[in-house]
Design a protein around this ligand. Structure first.
Ligand SMILES: Cc1ncc(COP(=O)(O)O)c(C=O)c1O
Length: 406
């Protein structure tokens, strides 16, 4: 159980030192997930590119880089962060459906491994950028394999009809065009079917289609080096680890003997279990038939429950009073959708008591905002049995207005 990595006595110290709300990450859990990936895929030793969108905090990214991971970035800002965090440029891939000419140039100058393009127009823009820089742009294409990942519709990306990737037919045209270009170097093909995917069958199906396509391309003289199966493998809220064996079984065999280097882009399955959101009870109240616990974290800090109906396990730090009852844990933001947990079974907390919201390490802080002019939370990293450090200070009111020009 994850609770053993987030000891109440240490959480109380962190809350006292850093204030609340605060994201608290466990270095041990983060590294455990990274090493589990290496172990599960030891037969093929792929290039792992940590999907920074899940959590781009420098304190965590540096850990991934030190473990030999590359990074998957989706904006110039993430590329900037990746380079600062210590990822080798030659292990960074740049994904995303709408890269600007400036971002493409930035990536080429930085020397990324490849740019994962998502349309013919983007490839033409990349060609112009490479011509300006008098270089050849290494690129892959994100191909939409048209499989159903059986996940929330906002995070399902592998079906035709979403904005992501190109069809196999379109991809073939683009690769044949690129093969003739002095400024383009086709090196890979990629898919990413969605996020929080719990079944391996769609990966096996998509990988099979990708491998067949890459072989067909080779028969036409375009030889790729990388087969990138994206990220998206799910981890249940509250679970300590994702079971990676089914994913490895689904994709490794498909590329065996092809000479292709496998690439994976895991994000959530690495970061989610490694983080909690620690918040403090402000008030208790009743509204109609409901019991509410009003805490100092809100949807601007953790939007997943409001956005996807995500159900994060919650636990009181220290004992509550009375018998267990059912509570909604809500924040101070002026939206009825501002809840962190619905129908949570807890004993009654005292005002001022701490509550831990588990499995919040991925798409938590990285999706946070200043909505309602709430300064973003602090982030802390547990580095040992009783040791922790701040990896991002809490924002201040001054941070809210600093970029404004009255
Ligand atoms: C291109 C790409 N790669 C990797 C990921 C990481 O997915 P996850 O965090 O679910 O592993 C995403 C997330 O949506 C993505 O869009």
């Amino acid at each position: 159980m994850l609770a053993k990595y987030f000891k109440p006595s240490l959480l109380k110290k962190i809350a006292a030192g850093a204030g609340t709300p605060v994201y608290v990450y466990s270095k041990a859990v983060f590294l455990k997930q990274i090493r589990a990936y290496k172990k599960a895929f030891r037969a093929t030793a792929p290039l792992f590119c940590y999907a920074m969108k899940a959590n781009s905090s420098a304190g965590l990214c540096a850990l991934a880089a030190a473990e030999g991971f590359g990074a998957d970035v989706v904006s110039g800002g993430e590329l900037y962060r990746a380079l600062r965090a210590g990822f080798e440029p030659g292990k960074i891939i740049f994904s995303g459906v709408g890269k600007t000419p400036e971002e493409l140039e930035y990536a080429l100058k930085a020397g990324v491994l490849f740019i994962n393009a998502e349309s013919f127009e983007e490839v033409l823009e990349l060609e112009r950028a490479a011509a300006r820089l008098k270089t050849r742009a290494p690129f892959s294409l994100r191909i939409n394999p048209d499989v159903d990942p059986h996940t929330h519709k906002f995070i399902a990306t592998g079906k035709l009809g979403t904005k992501f990737g190109v069809s196999f037919e379109e991809a073939q045209k683009i690769y044949m065009y690129a093969a003739e270009s002095a400024y383009l170097k086709p090196v890979g093909a990629q898919f990413h079917i969605g996020s929080q995917v719990h079944t391996a069958a769609p990966y096996a199906q998509a990988a099979g289609r990708l491998a067949a396509f890459i072989l067909k391309l080779a028969s036409r003289g375009v030889n790729l080096k990388y087969a990138d199966v994206g990220g998206g493998w799910g981890v249940k809220e509250g679970a300590e680890m994702a079971d990676l064996a089914p994913l490895a079984r689904a994709v490794e065999g498909v590329f065996e003997g092809t000479g292709l280097k496998l690439v994976l882009e895991p994000g959530r399955s690495i970061a989610a279990p490694a983080g909690i959101l620690l918040t403090r009870v402000i008030y208790r109240k009743r509204g109609g038939h409901k019991n509410f616990i009003v805490v100092d974290a809100a949807m601007n800090d953790l939007v997943r429950p409001a956005l996807y109906g995500a159900k994060h396990p919650v636990a009181l730090i220290g004992p509550g009073s009375g018998p267990e009852a059912v509570y909604d844990i809500v924040g101070p933001v002026c939206e009825s959708g501002d809840f962190l947990a619905e129908d949570a079974r807890l004993r009654e907390p005292a005002a001022g008591q701490l509550i831990a919201i588990y499995s919040a390490g991925a798409y938590g802080f990285s999706m946070s905002s200043q909505y309602n002019s709430r300064p973003r939370a602090a982030e802390a990293l547990i580095t040992g049995a009783a040791a922790w450090r701040l990896i991002r200070r809490r924002e201040t009111y001054k941070d809210l207005t600093a970029p404004e020009i009255p």
